[in-house]
Design a protein around this ligand. Structure first.
Ligand code: ATP
Ligand code: MG
Length: 395
């Protein structure tokens, strides 16, 4: 009996006309994620199958981090779907299993099969009762759930069901540019956007020597975590020092953060458009800090035309932290390195900034040329999540 992985699709099954596009993208994403293994991936409208001679448990752990999957099973494949063959194979599989109660559940996509699902379950249950000493059926709370699937060309038996992450395959809903700081919120925002099928590039505003190499490495490590869900992330690193120093020199202190963020948005939008990203994604959360009041968001957001997606806008900080722990970014995010926003943070940032005043202060210096220079001099790092340590390479 050959062992293999069965994948049941997530929300993408609601896509009627272009379901094939969603399934093909899922397959391509799995091929990218599993490129270090020799796998044979096949699919139909209801299931995807991964066959490999490598360790299926390790492969399953990689598959588990792929969006677009509802459930994953490690199953035994029977090429002969004849009932007697299924029954004898099942007996072999449970021979060494210790249990007192069980239940058989059957799914039959081959509607021409001579028995219906109920009958198959009942008869297989009878076979188990007859051949395994002392076991009983418990339909409500069985110790062992025996799952049987009968398809046209094969039957499958499996005992464990593992939940997938759900969502849509990354890339099916286009691409966005994630503003990735070293904080807690933006990696979570990135994860949530990836889950909706949005492929991400990321942008980080670096301000050497005010911010350290360690702060940048922290962002690279966060991007690497996100790459674990999408195969790779292209990270744009922008040297923001000159812009930031000029804001500090030319604008009133209470408007520093607002103007700094307007500049970040402008640069992000240009990078996004150049790289075919259809939106900006960031970790802003309503009310969290002065620059995240609705008035602030409005004064900042109006400098760009692209939609700005804020996946954590309505989450409590504790909820954000919970997700950060689940996706293993929290411990990286709390490493104590300075961010370019925290370095110049004023004591009393304006809570209700006025866009006209922002423009007036911005006219004090030639920011247009400065941001053009930042963009021309960007560094791009392709961050991959491969088993090998050589995960990042300069493009
Ligand atoms: P986070 O915890 O993600 O850093 P925050 O609560 O510290 O968020 P801010 O510093 O105001 O909030 O930043 C809000 C959002 O702006 C961040 O979530 C991120 O998307 C973006 N951002 C802030 N600083 C940077 C940076 N240096 N590079 C890229 N994006 C940034
Ligand atoms: Mg931050």
């Amino acid at each position: 009996m050959k062992k293999l992985i069965i994948i049941k699709y997530g929300e993408l099954t609601t896509k009627k006309d272009n379901i094939n596009f969603f399934i093909k993208t899922l397959k391509a994403n799995l091929e990218e994620t599993l490129s270090n293994y020799k796998c044979d991936i096949s699919y139909d409208k209801g299931r995807m199958f991964i066959e490999s001679d490598d360790d299926l448990e390790i492969i399953k752990d990689k598959v588990k981090n792929t969006f677009g999957i509802h459930e994953i099973n490690i199953a035994y494949k029977l090429d002969n779907t004849n009932f007697d063959n299924i029954a004898s194979s099942l007996l072999t599989l449970i021979e060494d299993k210790e249990f007192n109660t069980f239940k058989v559940e059957t799914k039959r996509s081959n509607k021409n099969y001579p028995m219906d699902s109920m009958e198959i379950s009942r008869k297989l249950g009878g076979v188990v009762l007859k051949n395994k000493q002392g076991v009983k059926v418990d339909v409500h709370n069985p110790e062992v759930l025996i799952n049987v699937e009968i398809r046209f060309d094969a039957a499958f038996i499996y005992f464990e069901k593992e939940k997938g992450l759900g969502g849509y395959p990354v890339g099916t809903l286009g691409k966005g540019l994630l503003m990735l700081s070293g904080g807690i919120d933006s990696p979570v925002a990135g994860y949530m956007a990836l889950k909706r099928g949005v492929r991400l590039e990321a942008i980080y505003f670096d301000a050497p020597p005010h911010t350290s190499e360690a702060a940048k490495n922290k962002v690279i490590n966060l991007a690497k975590k996100l790459a674990g869900y999408s195969g790779y992330v292209k990270l744009h690193v922008i040297n923001f020092t000159e812009v930031e120093e000029n804001i500090l020199k030319n604008c009133p202190r209470d408007y520093l953060i607002t103007i700094m963020r307007r500049m970040m948005y402008r640069i992000s939008e240009t990078i996004a458009i150049r790289n075919n990203c259809k939106c900006l994604v960031n970790g802003e959360s309503i009310g969290q800090v002065a620059s995240q009041t609705l008035t602030s968001m409005s004064a900042i957001g109006r400098v760009v035309k692209l939609p700005v997606i804020r996946p954590v806008a309505c989450l409590d900080k504790l909820d954000i932290i919970e997700i950060a722990n689940q996706i293993d970014t929290y411990d990286i995010s709390i490493e104590p390195y300075e961010d370019c926003c925290t370095i110049f943070v004023p004591d009393h940032p304006v809570i209700n900034p006025e866009p006209e005043l922002c423009e007036e202060y911005e006219n004090n210096f030639n920011w247009q040329d400065m941001i053009k220079k930042c963009i021309e001099e960007e560094t791009v790092i392709k961050i991959e999540n491969k088993i090998s340590e050589e995960y990042s390479s300069i493009l």
